[in-house]
Design a protein around this ligand. Structure first.
Ligand code: GLN
Length: 195
């Protein structure tokens, strides 16, 4: 099984390292043609407006949607969570997302860079200790549709959610060296039925 990590901008290297530490084959995705070999795709944190521009320039929008229709699981982290959302609130005019997951995401909701923080999270489906969440100019998930399972909250705000083979986390699970969310994506989310 190969997991692709969209490698246009942002923290893609750390995702690849975390997957490789789990023994999972990981590929930096720079062209849409590479998606065909993947069972799952991670869209990393970074700057969602920059990633969106590059996705458009490299022609990723339709291929990601088509591969998702054909079974590609998708996990968006932070900026990636913004890009998988059905609706983005408080964004720049014209920013377009992939509109894959039935969630509404508010950009920079937890404040500006100076307000970045870490917090211990209880994530449903993750066994053991709390999960350390690193929030960097993080969005939050403002609302979810009926088929979406809330996986974690911080301060009453939804910070992780799942809809079948789609997942969104607004923090950076690739920066802490804790591979449990990556293992959950690979073992539980990839290959699960469409909702
Ligand atoms: N605030 C960023 C954006 O809107 C996301 C930050 C991040 O990915 N850490 O794209």
């Amino acid at each position: 099984m190969q997991i692709g990590v969209l490698a246009l901008q942002g923290a893609f290297r750390e995702h690849i390292m975390t997957l490789e530490a789990l023994g999972v084959e990981a590929e930096a995705i720079r062209k849409p043609e590479q998606l065909a070999a993947c069972s799952g795709l991670i869209i990393p944190g970074g700057e969602s407006t920059a990633i969106a521009k590059l996705m458009s320039a490299y022609g990723f929008y339709d291929p990601i949607a088509q591969h998702h229709e054909a079974g590609l699981a998708v996990w968006g982290t932070c900026a990636g969570a913004i890009l998988v959302a059905r609706e983005i609130v408080d964004t720049v005019p014209g920013q377009r997302g992939l509109e894959l997951m039935d969630i509404v995401v508010r950009r920079n909701a937890f404040g500006r860079q100076v307000d970045s923080f870490e917090a211990n999270l209880h994530v449903s489906g993750i066994e053991g200790d709390v999960f350390r969440g690193v929030f960097i100019r993080a969005p939050w998930i403002e609302s979810v549709g009926p088929d979406v399972e809330v996986l974690a909250k911080h301060d009453r705000h939804i910070v992780a959610a799942r809809q079948g083979d789609l997942m969104a986390t607004v923090f950076h699970p690739e920066l802490t060296g804790d591979p449990r969310l990556h293992a959950y994506f690979v073992e539980d989310v990839v290959g699960s039925p469409r909702q």
